[in-house]
Design a protein around this ligand. Structure first.
Ligand code: URA
Length: 434
């Protein structure tokens, strides 16, 4: 067997055997297959795709190419959740404690943010005292005690994906649906779970800009999950505007808290409840319909049980909840700049990726892995698509520790907002693939 024949076969759309893909994986990891050969192979996949068998085998090889994570879950079911990344996406902060308040055990590993989308770990670390560097054993103990724990993803999982992704990144082969699906699901399958709820973002702030591509990705990932014995559901959710109104780490914690207090954005609340409901359903709750579970989630948001769980989750991992309760006081030392509109207008569309990049510029994210985050930096949007603005209305407040960044960000923010009567506002949940 040799790599040139394997590339030739993929180039001619001839299905590769499992042995050939294993040969590719082994050679890539060991370094006997060179970067230019990996690049050619990835480009052949980019143009010719993968058959189902190839897709399942490649995903399996990625999943098994590093450390495998297992939780000692006793008789409990563990359901994982994953978002493909969006702007203002704080659903994990809401959906996980909410599902836990209804009895689902949560042990989850999450990532840090890079680029224009944020990471759950950074949002949690913005709460003074909150630690995320727990060992797996410690996470098990916390979730044994309190029903929920969340820690940083492990560095050594899915080693093959690290090599492939770094080459895809510089060879124009990132946006291939089978490569994205096998990359994401390979990492998910390296972590033991009984089911996976995926939130596939679609729109101007997402990786998938069109509905057709988002649906294709969602279907491909659900197919992979099921083939590997994991019950998998994907919600396709709209990212043509930021999710909710708060973007930035501590600001997003504030907005999550507002949802638990019965306030806050309806789209954010609806999507978080749906994610929670599917998690509970996948755990094997066949006694109730999705609608009944959804209703119980709503009840727990109203009766304070979900808020209690949110509080204990933060306290158990070292966070000081008083900073969240008195957030106005805590935010006081961050500089801000209000953006006022000078004419009557409607917001017709938002370039959400640009809004994410504006938050990044303000200090809310990282351009490279070594950057230090300003946890209080970010944006509150008071108006979104379809909202009418009267002259002198405040459309947004920008937060940063730097006056210079505030001024630069103002221009960038305004360029991302389009005004007019051609309003195209989509539902937050665009489809569900089961
Ligand atoms: N996220 C991943 O983990 N992999 C991809 O290929 C794209 C996005």
């Amino acid at each position: 067997m040799n790599i040139i024949d394997i590339i030739e076969k993929k180039k001619r759309k001839i299905e590769l055997s499992s042995e050939e893909l294993e040969f590719f994986s082994k050679g890539t990891i060991e370094g006997s297959i060179k970067d230019y050969q990996i690049s050619a192979f990835l480009m052949a996949i980019y143009f010719n795709g993968l058959t189902n068998n190839e897709l399942y085998t490649l995903t399996d090889l990625i999943a098994n190419s590093g450390e495998k994570i297992t939780f000692n879950k006793k008789d409990k079911k563990i359901i994982d959740k994953h978002s493909t990344g969006g702007v203002g996406d704080k659903t994990s902060l809401i959906a996980l404690p909410l599902a836990s308040s209804l009895g689902l055990t949560i042990s989850k590993l999450s990532g840090k943010g890079l680029g224009h989308t944020g990471g759950t770990i950074d949002k949690l670390e913005s709460i003074p005292g909150f630690r995320t560097d727990y060992s797996l054993k410690e996470l098990e103990e916390i979730s044994e005690k309190n029903g929920i724990s969340l820690g940083q993803g492990r560095k050594n999982i899915a080693y093959l994906d690290k090599i492939l992704y770094s080459i895809r990144d510089v060879t124009g082969t990132v946006d291939s649906i089978p490569l994205i699906a096998s990359s994401i699901m390979g990492k998910k399958l390296a972590i033991d779970s009984d089911g996976i709820v995926l939130d596939v973002k679609c729109g101007s702030g997402a990786f998938m800009k069109t509905f057709d591509r988002a649906k294709n990705l969602a279907e491909t990932m659900v197919k992979i999950g099921k083939n590997h014995g994991r019950n998998t559901v994907a919600i396709i959710s709209n990212m043509d505007q930021p999710l909710g109104s708060y973007i930035g780490n501590f600001l997003e914690v504030i907005e999550a808290y507002k949802i638990f207090c019965g306030e806050g954005d309806k789209d954010l609340r609806d999507l978080s409840i749906s994610l929670s409901s599917y998690m509970i359903k996948l755990a094997g709750n066949n006694l109730e319909s999705y609608e009944e579970i959804y209703k119980r989630c709503e009840d727990n948001l109203e009766n304070g049980k979900a808020l209690e769980k949110f509080k204990s989750f933060i306290a158990e991992e070292g966070g000081d909840f008083s900073y969240i309760e008195s957030y106005e006081e805590y935010m006081k030392d961050e500089k801000f700049l209000d953006i006022i509109i000078e004419e009557d207008a409607y917001i017709s569309s938002i370039d959400t990726e640009e809004i994410g990049k504006t938050a990044l510029l303000l200090g809310a994210g990282r351009y490279s892995v070594t950057d230090v985050i300003d946890y209080k930096a970010g944006i509150i949007m008071y108006k979104k698509i379809g909202d009418k603005l009267d002259k002198k209305d405040r459309i947004a407040r920008l937060y940063s520790s730097s006056d210079e960044k505030l001024l630069e960000a103002k221009d960038r923010f305004l360029k991302a907002i389009k005004f007019g009567n051609d309003i195209n506002k989509k539902d937050i949940i665009m489809d569900v693939i089961e």
